[in-house]
Design a protein around this ligand. Structure first.
Ligand code: PLP
Length: 434
């Protein structure tokens, strides 16, 4: 097994001081720190080899296109174990991907249909489906979680019916760190002929993920939570989904031809003739759009080129470290972090034991409001996240309005965890005595 601690120095932000104290970064679930060597290598592309892709015949454009597509394949292999065409759409982030996933159903659902979500979902996996429900009349049904916030197979079985058309669930909760039994759920969902959409924003980069093995129909995740750049995300889709995706986000790069109505061109003049205004007015059915037959049909406009090339290098680094090693390291630290529950007045929201969970640990204090606690910890150089963290339903399920969250990345060490636990203990003393 690789010693993960050697990779801590790849992340220079961890060496910065705040209030003369070393940074303890425990906010990876919001966004991960970035590895310096990768950013530098990627800068080389931006400064010396940059060009738009796909639309030029220049050597620069050809080279950038090759690097870009190579990176797409690296990412695809990272999450499916395979390379291939027409499976991984590039988006601006998990939120965009989930909106896109919901848009697939705009012309496919009606008021008789049902969409299943769980109470453990991030708002980015709730709101797009509620908007879909408003547009189509389809009903949203909520899958409950147990008292530890876990989605259990029987809870899904209880809600699924022949009317279910799509079930969209988080792979790992951004509040409880609990891992959903997605493979069993996918089987159940497919039994009734519905689709299974996976929100993998918190799983990719932390546990081994294989969308083919899970057998999900679509899966969404962001690069910035996996040590990569912001403004880049992915929507993995099965081939039949890609083929049936409506043309909802269109523009440059998506068509091979536009057949214009003959009326646009007057008899003798090839320009739009202002005297022949009537002739130049067209309805949509007068046009014939010949869309591309591959993924390009769904990726309008200039994509996040340097971001994807950078992320390809991040994937190389993660492969070099080994995801299994990352998983073991984070599990080891999570076990220590769960000692938070030994502090008087602290309650963990989520599984209390290490099984079926990762290092996203949210908790509430009987005595301190999360915002006060977050401020206190920040003064100690401990960066965490407080509030409802874009997951109001699960907070309501736990009968609290907000929480404090520590979340781990591959750069964290035992000292970070000890600092965090001591910080909470100090806060308890300060606020109780204060
Ligand atoms: N889904 C989950 C489970 C998340 O934790 C997040 C972000 O925290 C998202 C979706 C949205 O990701 P992004 O903000 O990168 O679009």
């Amino acid at each position: 097994m690789k010693n993960i601690s050697q990779f801590r120095s790849y992340f220079p932000e961890i060496e910065t001081l705040y209030n003369n104290k070393p940074l303890v970064y425990l906010d990876t679930a919001a966004s991960a720190l970035k590895p310096k060597t990768i950013i530098e290598a990627a800068n080389d592309f931006s400064l010396k080899k940059y060009s738009n892709i796909s639309r030029g015949i220049s050597h620069l454009s050809a080279n950038a296109t090759e690097l870009y597509e190579e990176s797409r394949q690296k990412v695809l292999k990272f999450v499916t174990g395979q390379t291939g065409e027409n499976k991984l759409l590039i988006t601006s982030g998990a939120t965009a991907s989930l909106n896109m996933a919901a848009s697939y159903y705009y012309n496919k659902l009606s008021f008789q249909d049902e969409i299943l979500l769980s109470l453990a979902e991030h708002h980015s996996n709730i709101l797009p489906w509620i908007e879909l429900s408003k547009k189509t009349g389809a009903k949203i049904k909520w899958i409950d979680v147990n008292d530890n916030g876990e989605i259990e197979l029987p809870f899904v079985a209880e809600k699924i019916t022949s009317k279910t058309r799509v079930v969209s669930l988080t792979h790992i909760s951004n509040i409880t760190g609990s891992i959903t039994p997605v493979k069993d759920i996918a089987r159940l969902v497919h039994k009734v002929g519905a689709d299974f959409v996976l929100d993998a924003a918190q799983s990719v980069g932390h546990i081994g993920v294989d969308f083919l093995d899970i057998d999900c129909d679509m899966a969404a995740f962001s690069a910035h939570k996996v040590y990569g750049p912001t403004g880049l995300g992915f929507l993995y889709c099965k081939n039949e989904i890609i083929e049936n995706f409506p043309n909802f986000f269109v523009g440059g790069g998506t068509v091979d031809d536009i057949v214009l109505p003959p009326a646009i061109f007057s008899d003798s003049d090839l320009s739009i003739n202002s005297k022949n205004k009537d002739k130049s007015d067209c309805r949509s059915y007068d046009f014939k759009l010949i869309y591309k037959s591959d993924l390009a049909r769904l990726e309008a406009g200039t994509p996040p080129i340097s971001q994807l090339i950078t992320f390809g290098l991040v994937i190389d680094l993660l492969n070099n470290i080994g995801l299994k090693n990352i998983e073991i390291h984070e599990k080891y630290l999570t076990e220590s972090l769960l000692d938070l529950q030994k502090i008087d007045g602290i309650e963990i929201l989520g599984p209390k034991k290490i099984n079926n969970r990762i290092g996203v640990v949210s908790f509430v204090s009987q005595n301190i409001h999360p915002h006060d606690l977050g401020q206190f910890l920040d003064d100690l150089g401990i960066v965490c996240r407080v509030g409802h963290n874009c997951a109001i339903p699960i907070h309501k399920r736990f009968a609290v309005s907000s929480s404090t969250r520590f979340s781990l990345g591959l750069y964290n060490n035992k000292n970070d965890v000890e600092q965090a636990i001591n910080g909470v203990k100090e806060a308890q003393k300060f606020f109780l005595l204060g």
